[in-house]
Ligand binder design. Structure first.
Ligand code: ZN
Length: 282
């Protein structure tokens, strides 16, 4: 993976050299080409220009991830909520509006049969727990720590085939529930789950829908969540090097069989993880 990254970086440098022939153009760097898929549930990469330090950039009132691409220009990497309508959106950069456009993307439907009907129509006592866990998870997703992520081309959390994609409109026992907020991997129970980039454990626990869950803060509002684990091997506050094992694949919570579910969140919005592993298809 590292040498692949190096090759692509060299390619980017070559493209930059070519673009010097036209002083008005600047080459799109590797990260822009990898991540810029501005659709509902996608990521917009917005050029912020040159400068010695990162400009302040906000979307929906929240700070966004900024990095320097190719040691030259600043870019903002913005997570777009799945419910966003296609059209114009804006960032506030040092207080000034900067527009970008969200394109449309079609998401398919998925119908799932769940034996435990309580996981589809929770009891009143379950709702109390669900709401408490929702609040806990939302505050984990809202964390914005200053460090830049170690890598934006993520490592796979498990080595295995992708199963359910992000964004599917889901019907459990015929009833529409929240769309699929992450990406599933079809891997056997007990497979070690690794953090896709360095990070810090924000939250662990056994949640009603997600089962055994680990939240990892990669920095600047980029957060991974892995769930349905059979066991959790890390503790809240633990600092993880890239590739550290956080737990094992299982089928705890609302799951029809063992698999890994992986969420990626950016500025508080769940986005398609396939973007960060170079597997995005429109
Ligand atoms: Zn899933």
């Amino acid at each position: 993976m590292k040498s692949c990254f190096l090759k692509r970086s060299l390619l980017t440098l070559a493209l930059m050299a070519l673009s010097l022939a036209n002083p008005l153009a600047h080459a799109e760097g590797f990260i822009t080409r990898l991540l810029n898929h501005p659709v509902p549930g996608g990521v917009a990469v917005v050029d912020l220009g040159e400068g010695t330090s990162a400009p302040d950039a906000r979307y929906e009132g929240k700070p966004v991830l900024r990095i320097r691409e190719d040691d030259q220009r600043w870019i903002a990497i913005v997570g777009i909520d799945l419910k966003t309508a296609p059209g114009r959106q804006q960032l506030l950069v040092n207080g000034q509006p900067l527009a970008f456009t969200v394109e449309s993307r079609h998401y398919k439907e998925q119908h799932i049969k769940i034996k435990d009907s309580r996981k589809v129509d929770p009891l009143a006592e379950d709702l109390k727990r669900i709401n408490r866990e929702m609040a806990e998870q939302n505050s984990a997703y809202a964390v914005f720590s200053p460090d830049q992520p170690s890598n934006l081309l993520f490592d796979l959390p498990v080595d295995g085939p992708l199963s359910s994609p992000f964004g599917l409109r889901r019907f459990f026992n015929g009833k529409e529930r929240n769309p699929h907020s992450g990406l599933d991997f079809a891997v056997g129970a007990g497979t070690p789950v690794k953090t896709p980039a360095a990070g810090k454990v924000l939250l662990t626990g056994n949640l009603f829908f997600n089962g055994n869950t680990v939240f990892i803060d990669h920095g600047q509002g980029l957060i991974s969540m892995v769930c349905h684990l059979s066991e959790i091997d890390v503790k809240k506050g633990q600092v993880l090097p890239r590739g550290a094992v956080v737990g094992k694949v299982g089928q705890t919570g609302r799951a029809t069989g063992p698999h890994l579910h992986w969420n990626v969140s950016l500025n508080g919005n769940r986005v398609d993880p396939s973007i960060f592993i170079g597997r995005y298809t429109p």
